[in-house]
Design a protein around this ligand. Structure first.
Ligand SMILES: [Zn+2]
Ligand SMILES: [Zn+2]
Length: 802
């Protein structure tokens, strides 16, 4: 099947982008049409406004000298709210100058009242350093800005505590360094006027839930020292920013979303790599050329065209591979040009990174492949072309990456989204309206998760005894339950004045805010005894089992030994050409049903489950998708208590001849449910802002707890992170999109683009593609018949602890 090539509409200022796209298309083999959609986005003019009247002359002059003659409207609007003490969330696109919005109030205050203080938080050290440098470069009198993170030398730390009035740090250091030892920071907290939370959209899932509680701890400690700081949140464009700010900071924030920054015109192309003819994957399934390989080819064409290009590739190794092969392809045409493509690695020193960024901005370097926007400097924008190889997980991140393209000048820039071989990407390139027209998603986090709340409340109580009036800021009812449990466990002691931490040492070092609880497994390089990182105990068997390939800051290691009791994984440096994927056996038990709706023979539920899994072997796989071998493993079973959404289907509907039923032979049921489960997991990230690795699923033709054929999709973290809830709330559009993704895949019996899963514990067997469509039609049909009034029974909050 070969559809006509989509020809972009002609427009004077789109010419350059169209030329680039034509050039890139010319490189695809005869008879292939990878472009599924082309969209042109018009330019947006700048809206500048005068400096707010409260900005001191000296501050406005310095910004003027640094090239900012006037602020854009959204910068002034957000700054004005902050200056007048109103908490604010600024949610605008990439390169819209969000920094100025918080620099203005903070610098205006500190130049006039150098004794006041401000705190800046960023999710990564690199971004914090960039922001510190930008603030320090203004050299304003009275401003003493400094970083305080894991790299700050001990002798400098005393100076920062005693003298700095603008401290740049991250959530980890706020937790371990500032709050755990708040008495040493008394001066700083007493005078705290502003808290800046930058790139706050990245606080999602379990990490986001921890940060939400960390910000509440910060507010409580500041209040104890008499300070009530104004919060300034800066975010990429997200849906419902005010609601997100309320969940994250626990505060009412004024949303500022009307972007006044200019933007050049852009052409966006959606690209689906063709199926490979020569290689097949698991169970003989057809596979597509990888998104990274396709990005390398396109990058090479763009370098030859002289276009400054940034390619976002999903893995660090993928970024390296893409730039190496792009160089090789360029060298065949023009050896002198080939040096102008490079890979960006997180392990680079800040100086190297800045050099690379400057070279790309100046055009000395034409192409860079990188893993994600947060690793890059804030100043990279206005490029000729951006390639996004593989969906970055959210529309918000996609637009953020695409935002690096587009000069303010007349010439249009090109953005190419290249689908990787999975159901979500397949769905998106065939549904441009979902990718390009729907609002960006809200970030999902759940500060009421008891697995996050318990350690956070223990830390809070160790910082300052908890009083009854503190509970509302931590989420009244949920906090009360958790505090009672902590008392029962002897972690806290109840006294008339409140709850007290009973331990001698503070609990902070045992609480990993980036993990999901439990004692972390340390990953150590045997030869050097160097600690490379830590892994959640719940994920250790799957990620650091013996033989597993482990990635750390662009370097590759292979695991020699996992000692579960000692919480230790020993690794050595090695760069094998394969990747590994674990195989496991899973069992799921329903502990409590919170929501239940019956639609004829279909029942949909939300509740608590226990997922027991045991990693039993692993596969070695080449980048082409080819499987080398399978190695058995002897590891303990793990039980995860979390939340799940599930649906059940009666036998009559599944196998009988009932109207609206699936009419499946009993032998086809397991494969049909399994395929429907895989595809649904692949599509949930579209509705729940999670990664498919954050969730899991189980399907069974007869489940002991439900008594029927059941498909479960569960959160991958203890206590859940809100993903199952989102799936439950969006069940119909989610399952409809799942069905669409399967139907629109051109393979005949299932492939990685539709029903195969890279993390399947059963080796992607059995899978029945047509049966999955029948199952989804049956479920959606039953719900829609019931919604039309043919009878439902909702049993909300049907609590039954087993
Ligand atoms: Zn397929
Ligand atoms: Zn599976």
């Amino acid at each position: 099947m070969c559809q006509a090539r989509v020809v972009p509409q002609q427009d004077a200022d789109q010419e350059r982008a169209n030329e680039l796209l034509a050039r890139v298309l010319a490189g695809t083999p005869e008879g292939e049409n990878p472009v599924t959609h082309v969209r042109t986005l018009p330019a947006r003019p700048a809206r500048c406004v005068p400096w707010p009247s409260w900005v001191p002359e000296a501050v406005a002059r310095r910004f003027g000298e640094c090239g900012v003659a006037q602020p854009w409207s959204h910068q002034a609007e957000a700054a004005d709210h902050a200056w007048h003490g109103r908490h604010v969330i600024l949610s605008t696109g990439t390169a819209s100058g969000k920094s100025l919005a918080y620099q203005l109030p903070v610098l205006s205050l500190l130049t006039q009242q150098p004794k006041r203080t401000a705190l800046y938080l960023s999710p990564t050290k690199a971004l914090g350093n960039d922001q510190l440098r930008a603030a320090a470069a203004l050299e304003l009198t009275g401003v003493r800005a400094a970083t305080f993170d894991g790299d700050t030398p001990l002798e400098e730390r005393d100076w920062v505590r005693a003298h700095a009035n603008w401290v740049f740090t991250n959530p980890d250091m706020l937790h371990h360094g500032l709050l755990a030892a708040h008495a040493r920071w008394a001066r700083f907290f007493q005078r705290l006027a502003y808290v800046v939370v930058d790139e706050c959209h990245s606080y999602r899932g379990v990490f986001g839930s921890h940060v939400a509680l960390l910000l509440r701890r910060l507010r409580r400690v500041a209040a104890r020292y008499g300070a009530n700081p104004t919060f300034v949140l800066a975010s990429a464009t997200i849906a419902e920013p005010a609601e997100f700010a309320r969940r994250l900071a626990g505060l009412g924030c004024v949303p500022v979303v009307d972007d006044g920054s200019p933007r050049g015109p852009r052409t966006i192309a959606l690209w689906e790599p063709p199926l490979l003819r020569e290689i097949t994957g698991e169970n003989g399934a057809p596979i597509r050329r990888s998104a990274g390989a396709e990005a390398a080819r396109i990058m090479a064409d763009l370098v030859i065209e002289g276009a400054r290009t940034l390619a976002f590739v999903r893995s660090r190794r993928g970024a390296e591979l893409a730039s190496v092969s792009a160089r090789r392809m360029v060298a065949e045409v023009d050896p002198a040009l080939s040096k102008r493509a490079a890979a960006y690695r997180a392990g680079y020193l800040p100086e190297d990174r800045r050099k690379l960024e400057a070279a790309l901005m100046s055009g000395e370097l034409l192409a860079v492949a990188s893993t994600n926007a947060l690793e890059l400097g804030v100043d990279i924008s206005g490029l000729d072309a951006v390639l996004v190889a593989g969906y970055p997980g959210t529309r918000a991140s996609f637009w953020q990456q695409a935002g690096r393209a587009g000069r303010t000048a007349e010439e249009a820039a090109l953005v190419v989204f290249i689908a990787k071989d999975d159901p979500l990407d397949t769905y998106l390139v065939h549904h441009p309206e979902v990718m390009l027209d729907q609002p960006v998603e809200a970030a999902v986090l759940d500060p009421a998760n008891p697995y996050v709340l318990a350690p956070q409340l223990a830390c809070a109580a160790a910082e300052l005894p908890l009083r009854a009036e503190d509970l509302p800021i931590f989420g009244e009812a949920a906090a009360r339950d958790v505090v009672d449990e902590l008392v029962a466990d002897g972690v806290l002691r109840r006294r008339p004045s409140g709850w007290y931490w009973t331990g001698r040492d503070r609990p902070h070092h045992e609480v990993s805010i980036r993990g999901s609880g439990g004692e972390q497994v340390a990953v150590v390089e045997s030869e050097t005894a160097r600690l490379l990182g830590t892994v959640d105990p719940s994920a250790a068997c799957a990620t650091v089992h013996p033989g597993a390939v482990y990635y750390h800051q662009g370097e590759t290691y292979v695991v020699d030994e996992l000692d579960f009791d000692e919480r230790l994984a020993l690794v050595h440096a090695e760069e094998p050409e394969w990747t590994t994927s674990p195989r496991d056996v899973i069992d799921i038990e329903v502990l409590q049903t919170d929501e239940k709706a019956v639609y004829g023979g279909v029942t949909v539920c939300l509740g608590r489950v226990a997922v027991t899994s045991q990693v039993v072997s692993y596969l070695r796989r080449l980048p082409s998708g080819e499987v080398l071998d399978q190695t058995p493993l002897d590891l303990p079973a793990q039980t995860l208590h979390t939340r799940a959404v599930w649906y059940t289907i009666s036998d009559a509907l599944l196998c009988g001849r009932e109207p609206g039923g699936a009419g499946l032979e009993p032998a086809r049921v397991p494969g049909s449910l399994h395929a429907a489960e895989h595809a649904a997991i692949g599509l949930l990230p579209l509705f729940a802002t999670c990664d498919r690795w954050d969730i899991g699923g189980v399907s069974t033709a007869l489940h002991a707890d439900t008594g029927e054929a059941t498909v479960f999709v569960h959160d991958g973290h203890p206590g859940g992170a809100g993903f199952a809830e989102r799936g439950h709330a969006a069940l119909v559009p989610w399952l409809a999109a799942t069905r669409e993704a399967i139907v629109s895949c051109e393979c005949s019996t299932g492939c990685p683009s539709c029903v195969q899963s890279p993390k399947c514990g059963n080796g992607n067997e059995p899978l029945d593609k047509a049966g999955a469509v029948a199952v989804l039609d049956t479920v959606l049909g039953a719900i829609s018949r019931a919604d039309r009034g043919e009878g439902t029974r909702g049993e909300s909050a049907h609590h039954g602890r087993r």
